[in-house]
Design a protein around this ligand. Structure first.
Ligand code: 8YV
Length: 319
Protein backbone atom coordinates (compact mmCIF):
# COMPACT_ATOMS: atom_id res chain seq x y z
CA UNK A 1 0.00 0.00 0.00
CA UNK A 2 1.41 3.41 -0.86
CA UNK A 3 2.05 5.94 1.88
CA UNK A 4 0.10 9.14 1.17
CA UNK A 5 1.51 11.07 4.13
CA UNK A 6 3.35 14.30 3.18
CA UNK A 7 7.14 14.40 3.48
CA UNK A 8 8.50 16.60 6.26
CA UNK A 9 12.17 17.33 7.01
CA UNK A 10 13.46 18.06 10.53
CA UNK A 11 16.66 20.11 10.74
CA UNK A 12 17.61 19.66 14.41
CA UNK A 13 16.53 17.52 17.36
CA UNK A 14 13.05 18.32 18.68
CA UNK A 15 11.07 17.66 21.83
CA UNK A 16 10.66 13.84 21.90
CA UNK A 17 6.86 14.11 22.16
CA UNK A 18 6.82 16.35 19.07
CA UNK A 19 9.17 14.06 17.18
CA UNK A 20 6.91 11.05 17.77
CA UNK A 21 3.76 12.96 16.76
CA UNK A 22 5.52 14.02 13.57
CA UNK A 23 6.57 10.43 12.88
CA UNK A 24 2.96 9.38 13.22
CA UNK A 25 1.49 11.93 10.83
CA UNK A 26 4.24 12.51 8.26
CA UNK A 27 6.97 10.74 6.30
CA UNK A 28 9.81 12.17 8.30
CA UNK A 29 13.37 12.80 7.19
CA UNK A 30 15.74 13.76 10.02
CA UNK A 31 18.61 15.75 8.59
CA UNK A 32 20.38 15.93 11.97
CA UNK A 33 20.34 12.14 12.42
CA UNK A 34 21.68 10.99 9.08
CA UNK A 35 25.34 10.34 8.29
CA UNK A 36 25.30 12.21 5.02
CA UNK A 37 22.87 15.15 4.93
CA UNK A 38 24.02 15.97 1.39
CA UNK A 39 23.11 12.47 0.14
CA UNK A 40 19.75 12.54 1.95
CA UNK A 41 18.88 15.87 0.34
CA UNK A 42 20.04 14.73 -3.10
CA UNK A 43 17.99 11.52 -2.91
CA UNK A 44 14.86 12.65 -1.07
CA UNK A 45 14.92 16.47 -1.02
CA UNK A 46 12.53 16.69 -3.97
CA UNK A 47 9.70 15.13 -1.91
CA UNK A 48 9.89 17.51 1.04
CA UNK A 49 6.92 19.87 1.40
CA UNK A 50 7.61 21.22 4.89
CA UNK A 51 10.62 21.79 7.11
CA UNK A 52 10.37 21.76 10.90
CA UNK A 53 13.18 23.64 12.60
CA UNK A 54 14.13 25.51 15.77
CA UNK A 55 15.22 29.04 16.60
CA UNK A 56 18.82 27.87 16.71
CA UNK A 57 18.92 25.62 13.62
CA UNK A 58 16.77 27.74 11.32
CA UNK A 59 16.89 27.07 7.56
CA UNK A 60 19.60 28.43 5.28
CA UNK A 61 19.22 29.60 1.68
CA UNK A 62 21.34 26.60 0.69
CA UNK A 63 18.94 24.16 2.37
CA UNK A 64 15.88 25.89 0.90
CA UNK A 65 17.44 25.67 -2.57
CA UNK A 66 17.74 21.89 -2.27
CA UNK A 67 14.03 21.46 -1.54
CA UNK A 68 12.18 22.29 -4.78
CA UNK A 69 8.73 21.26 -3.50
CA UNK A 70 9.03 23.13 -0.20
CA UNK A 71 5.85 24.96 0.85
CA UNK A 72 6.51 25.95 4.47
CA UNK A 73 9.19 26.31 7.13
CA UNK A 74 7.62 25.67 10.51
CA UNK A 75 9.63 26.97 13.48
CA UNK A 76 9.56 25.57 16.98
CA UNK A 77 10.10 28.94 18.66
CA UNK A 78 9.17 32.55 18.13
CA UNK A 79 12.45 33.82 16.68
CA UNK A 80 12.99 33.16 12.98
CA UNK A 81 16.30 35.00 12.62
CA UNK A 82 18.08 31.75 11.70
CA UNK A 83 15.68 31.21 8.79
CA UNK A 84 16.63 32.91 5.53
CA UNK A 85 13.32 34.77 5.18
CA UNK A 86 14.41 36.41 1.92
CA UNK A 87 15.18 33.09 0.25
CA UNK A 88 11.86 31.70 1.53
CA UNK A 89 9.75 34.64 0.37
CA UNK A 90 11.45 34.70 -3.06
CA UNK A 91 10.01 31.24 -3.62
CA UNK A 92 6.66 31.95 -1.94
CA UNK A 93 7.51 29.57 0.90
CA UNK A 94 5.54 30.31 4.06
CA UNK A 95 7.29 30.60 7.43
CA UNK A 96 5.49 30.07 10.72
CA UNK A 97 6.48 30.42 14.38
CA UNK A 98 4.91 29.79 17.80
CA UNK A 99 3.67 33.17 19.05
CA UNK A 100 2.06 33.98 22.43
CA UNK A 101 2.55 30.64 24.18
CA UNK A 102 6.08 31.34 25.42
CA UNK A 103 5.78 34.97 26.55
CA UNK A 104 5.12 34.26 30.23
CA UNK A 105 7.86 31.66 30.65
CA UNK A 106 10.45 33.79 28.86
CA UNK A 107 9.46 36.77 31.05
CA UNK A 108 9.66 34.57 34.17
CA UNK A 109 13.14 33.49 33.11
CA UNK A 110 14.18 37.12 32.55
CA UNK A 111 13.09 37.95 36.11
CA UNK A 112 14.79 34.83 37.48
CA UNK A 113 18.04 35.92 35.80
CA UNK A 114 17.60 39.52 36.92
CA UNK A 115 17.04 38.44 40.52
CA UNK A 116 19.93 35.97 40.32
CA UNK A 117 22.43 38.59 39.17
CA UNK A 118 21.16 41.34 41.51
CA UNK A 119 20.89 39.17 44.62
CA UNK A 120 23.85 36.91 43.72
CA UNK A 121 21.73 33.79 44.10
CA UNK A 122 24.23 31.54 42.32
CA UNK A 123 27.23 32.93 44.19
CA UNK A 124 25.35 32.46 47.47
CA UNK A 125 24.55 28.87 46.55
CA UNK A 126 28.22 28.17 45.83
CA UNK A 127 29.20 29.90 49.09
CA UNK A 128 27.00 27.58 51.17
CA UNK A 129 28.00 24.42 49.26
CA UNK A 130 31.69 25.25 49.76
CA UNK A 131 31.15 25.30 53.55
CA UNK A 132 32.11 28.96 53.78
CA UNK A 133 28.99 30.04 55.76
CA UNK A 134 30.01 30.68 59.37
CA UNK A 135 33.69 31.10 58.61
CA UNK A 136 33.01 34.05 56.29
CA UNK A 137 30.39 36.69 55.86
CA UNK A 138 28.41 36.85 52.59
CA UNK A 139 28.57 40.34 51.07
CA UNK A 140 25.58 42.59 50.56
CA UNK A 141 23.76 42.55 47.23
CA UNK A 142 21.58 44.89 45.13
CA UNK A 143 17.88 45.63 45.71
CA UNK A 144 15.32 45.68 42.89
CA UNK A 145 12.70 47.97 44.44
CA UNK A 146 12.91 51.55 43.16
CA UNK A 147 15.51 50.65 40.53
CA UNK A 148 15.15 51.56 36.87
CA UNK A 149 14.47 48.65 34.56
CA UNK A 150 15.07 49.51 30.91
CA UNK A 151 13.63 47.09 28.39
CA UNK A 152 14.83 46.93 24.80
CA UNK A 153 11.90 45.62 22.73
CA UNK A 154 8.30 46.08 23.82
CA UNK A 155 6.62 43.22 22.01
CA UNK A 156 4.55 40.69 23.95
CA UNK A 157 7.65 39.35 25.77
CA UNK A 158 8.91 42.84 26.65
CA UNK A 159 5.45 43.71 27.99
CA UNK A 160 5.32 40.53 30.10
CA UNK A 161 8.72 41.45 31.56
CA UNK A 162 7.54 45.03 32.20
CA UNK A 163 4.52 43.81 34.19
CA UNK A 164 6.73 41.60 36.33
CA UNK A 165 9.39 44.29 36.88
CA UNK A 166 6.64 46.74 37.91
CA UNK A 167 5.31 44.20 40.40
CA UNK A 168 8.81 44.14 41.95
CA UNK A 169 8.58 47.92 42.45
CA UNK A 170 10.91 48.79 39.58
CA UNK A 171 10.47 51.85 37.35
CA UNK A 172 10.07 50.58 33.83
CA UNK A 173 11.04 52.42 30.67
CA UNK A 174 11.72 51.07 27.19
CA UNK A 175 13.02 51.54 23.72
CA UNK A 176 11.59 49.91 20.60
CA UNK A 177 11.10 50.62 16.91
CA UNK A 178 7.97 52.60 17.67
CA UNK A 179 6.51 54.00 20.91
CA UNK A 180 3.42 52.21 22.20
CA UNK A 181 1.17 55.00 23.43
CA UNK A 182 -1.22 52.53 25.05
CA UNK A 183 1.53 51.62 27.56
CA UNK A 184 2.18 53.74 30.65
CA UNK A 185 5.98 53.26 30.61
CA UNK A 186 8.42 56.01 29.58
CA UNK A 187 9.72 55.65 26.01
CA UNK A 188 13.27 56.45 24.87
CA UNK A 189 13.91 56.74 21.19
CA UNK A 190 17.55 55.69 21.44
CA UNK A 191 19.03 52.66 23.14
CA UNK A 192 21.81 54.89 24.43
CA UNK A 193 19.32 57.12 26.26
CA UNK A 194 17.60 54.02 27.66
CA UNK A 195 20.91 52.57 28.91
CA UNK A 196 21.87 55.90 30.52
CA UNK A 197 18.61 55.87 32.44
CA UNK A 198 18.66 52.20 33.48
CA UNK A 199 20.05 50.25 36.41
CA UNK A 200 19.06 47.01 34.68
CA UNK A 201 18.93 46.71 30.91
CA UNK A 202 16.83 43.76 29.74
CA UNK A 203 16.96 42.65 26.09
CA UNK A 204 13.75 41.35 24.52
CA UNK A 205 14.16 42.19 20.83
CA UNK A 206 14.23 39.71 17.93
CA UNK A 207 17.63 38.73 16.53
CA UNK A 208 18.64 39.37 12.92
CA UNK A 209 20.31 42.14 10.99
CA UNK A 210 18.17 44.96 12.43
CA UNK A 211 19.41 44.32 15.97
CA UNK A 212 22.87 42.88 15.31
CA UNK A 213 25.44 44.22 17.80
CA UNK A 214 23.09 46.94 19.13
CA UNK A 215 24.42 46.59 22.66
CA UNK A 216 27.97 47.78 22.00
CA UNK A 217 30.72 49.31 24.09
CA UNK A 218 29.05 52.74 24.10
CA UNK A 219 25.74 51.32 25.34
CA UNK A 220 27.54 49.33 28.06
CA UNK A 221 29.44 52.47 29.15
CA UNK A 222 26.10 54.27 29.33
CA UNK A 223 24.63 51.50 31.50
CA UNK A 224 27.51 52.21 33.84
CA UNK A 225 29.51 50.69 36.67
CA UNK A 226 26.42 49.86 38.76
CA UNK A 227 24.38 48.65 35.79
CA UNK A 228 23.46 45.06 34.99
CA UNK A 229 22.52 43.47 31.66
CA UNK A 230 19.96 40.68 31.20
CA UNK A 231 19.70 38.95 27.80
CA UNK A 232 16.86 36.57 26.93
CA UNK A 233 16.77 37.70 23.28
CA UNK A 234 19.62 36.58 21.04
CA UNK A 235 23.39 36.57 21.54
CA UNK A 236 23.73 38.52 18.29
CA UNK A 237 22.12 41.60 19.88
CA UNK A 238 25.20 42.08 22.08
CA UNK A 239 28.79 42.75 21.03
CA UNK A 240 30.06 39.84 23.15
CA UNK A 241 33.76 40.83 23.22
CA UNK A 242 32.71 44.34 24.33
CA UNK A 243 30.54 42.79 27.05
CA UNK A 244 33.41 40.64 28.30
CA UNK A 245 35.65 43.70 28.33
CA UNK A 246 33.08 45.76 30.25
CA UNK A 247 32.50 43.01 32.82
CA UNK A 248 36.20 42.23 33.28
CA UNK A 249 37.03 45.89 33.91
CA UNK A 250 34.05 46.68 36.14
CA UNK A 251 32.53 49.06 33.58
CA UNK A 252 29.22 47.32 34.27
CA UNK A 253 28.36 45.48 37.49
CA UNK A 254 26.99 42.21 36.13
CA UNK A 255 25.21 40.27 33.43
CA UNK A 256 22.70 37.43 33.31
CA UNK A 257 22.72 35.68 29.96
CA UNK A 258 20.53 32.96 28.46
CA UNK A 259 21.83 33.48 24.92
CA UNK A 260 25.29 33.79 23.37
CA UNK A 261 27.06 34.72 20.17
CA UNK A 262 28.04 31.16 19.23
CA UNK A 263 25.89 28.66 21.12
CA UNK A 264 26.64 26.33 22.80
CA UNK A 265 30.12 27.88 23.16
CA UNK A 266 30.44 30.25 26.10
CA UNK A 267 33.81 32.02 26.38
CA UNK A 268 35.91 31.09 29.43
CA UNK A 269 36.06 34.79 30.34
CA UNK A 270 32.30 34.75 30.98
CA UNK A 271 32.36 31.40 32.77
CA UNK A 272 35.01 32.60 35.19
CA UNK A 273 33.29 35.78 36.39
CA UNK A 274 31.22 35.72 39.60
CA UNK A 275 29.35 38.78 38.38
CA UNK A 276 27.86 36.73 35.54
CA UNK A 277 24.91 34.31 35.66
CA UNK A 278 24.70 31.86 32.77
CA UNK A 279 21.94 29.64 31.44
CA UNK A 280 21.86 27.43 28.32
CA UNK A 281 19.19 29.14 26.12
CA UNK A 282 16.28 27.78 28.12
CA UNK A 283 14.08 30.82 28.78
CA UNK A 284 11.12 29.06 27.14
CA UNK A 285 12.20 25.68 28.47
CA UNK A 286 9.41 24.55 30.76
CA UNK A 287 7.43 21.40 30.13
CA UNK A 288 4.23 23.38 29.78
CA UNK A 289 5.56 25.95 27.34
CA UNK A 290 7.54 23.51 25.22
CA UNK A 291 4.42 21.33 24.89
CA UNK A 292 2.37 24.38 23.87
CA UNK A 293 5.05 25.24 21.29
CA UNK A 294 4.95 21.66 19.98
CA UNK A 295 1.16 21.91 19.66
CA UNK A 296 1.57 25.10 17.62
CA UNK A 297 4.07 23.35 15.29
CA UNK A 298 1.62 20.49 14.72
CA UNK A 299 -1.28 22.91 14.19
CA UNK A 300 0.71 24.90 11.62
CA UNK A 301 1.59 21.75 9.68
CA UNK A 302 -1.96 20.42 9.84
CA UNK A 303 -3.32 23.75 8.56
CA UNK A 304 -0.77 23.82 5.74
CA UNK A 305 -1.78 20.41 4.46
CA UNK A 306 -5.52 20.97 5.02
CA UNK A 307 -5.90 24.55 3.72
CA UNK A 308 -2.64 25.47 2.03
CA UNK A 309 -1.88 28.16 4.66
CA UNK A 310 0.03 27.98 7.95
CA UNK A 311 -1.75 29.33 11.04
CA UNK A 312 0.97 31.63 12.37
CA UNK A 313 2.74 33.20 9.40
CA UNK A 314 5.86 35.34 9.87
CA UNK A 315 6.26 38.20 7.44
CA UNK A 316 9.63 38.95 5.86
CA UNK A 317 10.90 42.14 7.53
CA UNK A 318 8.98 41.36 10.72
CA UNK A 319 12.22 40.41 12.47
C1 8YV B 1 13.72 28.08 21.82
C2 8YV B 1 13.72 30.55 21.12
O1 8YV B 1 14.67 27.84 22.80
O2 8YV B 1 11.47 30.99 20.63
C3 8YV B 1 12.64 31.23 20.38
O3 8YV B 1 12.96 32.06 19.53
O4 8YV B 1 14.84 30.89 21.03
C4 8YV B 1 13.36 29.47 22.05
O5 8YV B 1 12.07 29.51 22.49
C5 8YV B 1 14.22 27.53 20.55
O6 8YV B 1 13.55 27.87 19.40
C6 8YV B 1 14.21 26.01 20.68
O7 8YV B 1 15.34 25.54 20.18
Amino acid sequence: MSDARPWVLTVGPLLPALQSQLEQHYRLLDLWRCDSPAALLAEQGAHVQAVVTTGVHGASANLIEQLPALRAIVCFGVGTDAVDLKAASARGIQVSNTPDVLNDCVADAAMALLLAVARQVVVADRFVRAGRWGAERFGLTTALGGKRCGILGMGPIGQAIARRASAFGMQVSYSSRRPKPQLAYAYHESLLALAERSDFLVLAVPGGTATDGLVNQQVLEALGANGMLVNVARGSVVDQPALIEALSNGRIAGAALDVFADEPHVPAALRELDTVVLSPHVASGTQETRQAMADRVLANLAALFATGRVLHPVREGAQ
